[in-house]
Design a protein around this ligand. Structure first.
Ligand SMILES: O=C(O)CCC(=O)C(=O)O
Length: 197
C-alpha cells in the first residue's frame, strides 16, 4: 500500500520516506481523533537555564516507567490511547522498529513552529531511530547539516512517515519554520524509543 523512498546524496543523512502509510480515510480518522482526544498542552524548552515556550502544543504518551527530558524539560507522561496504539502498531510493522513513546505536536496554524534542533538527548541512545508521521495540513520540514553548508527541505504531507536513523541526529538539525501562507492544523507524531535501565 505504501511506497518507500530512501533519501540519498546528503552526507550522514539517513532518512527514509514512506508515502501514504494508510488509506486517506484512515489517516483522516487518526487526525480527527488526535486533534480531539489528545491532552494538548503548552510545551517548554530550557536554554541556558531559562524556560522558553515552544510556539505549538504538545502531548507525550509512553509506556509506564518511561521518562524523557525533551530539550532539558521533563515531559508529563500520559497512558497510550486506542488510536495512538493503532498508529504505533502500524508504524512498527512498516519500519520493523519498536517504540515505547510518542511526542505529539500540534501546529495550530502558520505561526506555530519548532526551531532548529537535533533529537539527541541521552535517553534516546546512540544513533536513535525516530519515526515522524504527519497528519492534516502539510508543512515543510527543513534539515540543516551541523558542520557543512548543506540543507534539504521536505514538504511533508498528511500520511507521510519520515524515518530518521543512523547518524542523522549526530550531524543534522531539523526545524519547522513559521510561514505566512494560510495553514490549517498539522499534527506530527514522533515515535521514539527511550532507553530505560
Ligand atoms: O513537527 C515536526 O515534523 C518535527 C517535530 C520535532 O522535530 C520534534 O518535536 O522534535
Amino acid at each position: 500500500m505504501f511506497k518507500k523512498e530512501v533519501v540519498t546524496g546528503y552526507p550522514n543523512l539517513d532518512i527514509s520516506l514512506y508515502n501514504n502509510i494508510e488509506l486517506k480515510q484512515k489517516i483522516d480518522l487518526w487526525y480527527e481523533s488526535c486533534l480531539k482526544h489528545l491532552n494538548w498542552e503548552k510545551g517548554f524548552i530550557k536554554i541556558f537555564g531559562k524556560n522558553h515556550q515552544i510556539p505549538r502544543l504538545q502531548a507525550w504518551y509512553a509506556d509506564q516507567d518511561v521518562e524523557y527530558r525533551y530539550s532539558g524539560k521533563k515531559l508529563y507522561r500520559h497512558n497510550w490511547n486506542k488510536t495512538l496504539l493503532e498508529i504505533k502498531q502500524t508504524i512498527e510493522h512498516i519500519t520493523s522498529h519498536k517504540f515505547n513513546s510518542v511526542l505529539a505536536n500540534l501546529y495550530r496554524d502558520g505561526n506555530d513552529s519548532m526551531g532548529l534542533h537535533a533529537d539527541d538527548e541521552k535517553e534516546l541512545g546512540i544513533n536513535p531511530v525516530i519515526a515522524s508521521l504527519s497528519l492534516g495540513e502539510s508543512r515543510d520540514i527543513h534539515f540543516k547539516h551541523k558542520n557543512i553548508k548543506t540543507s534539504l527541505n521536505i514538504p511533508q504531507t498528511s500520511g507521510q512517515l519520515i524515518l530518521m536513523h543512523g547518524q542523522t541526529q549526530k550531524y543534522w538539525k531539523h526545524e519547522i519554520k513559521k510561514t505566512k501562507k494560510p495553514k490549517k492544523p498539522r499534527i506530527n507524531l514522533t515515535f521514539r524509543n527511550i532507553i530505560t535501565n
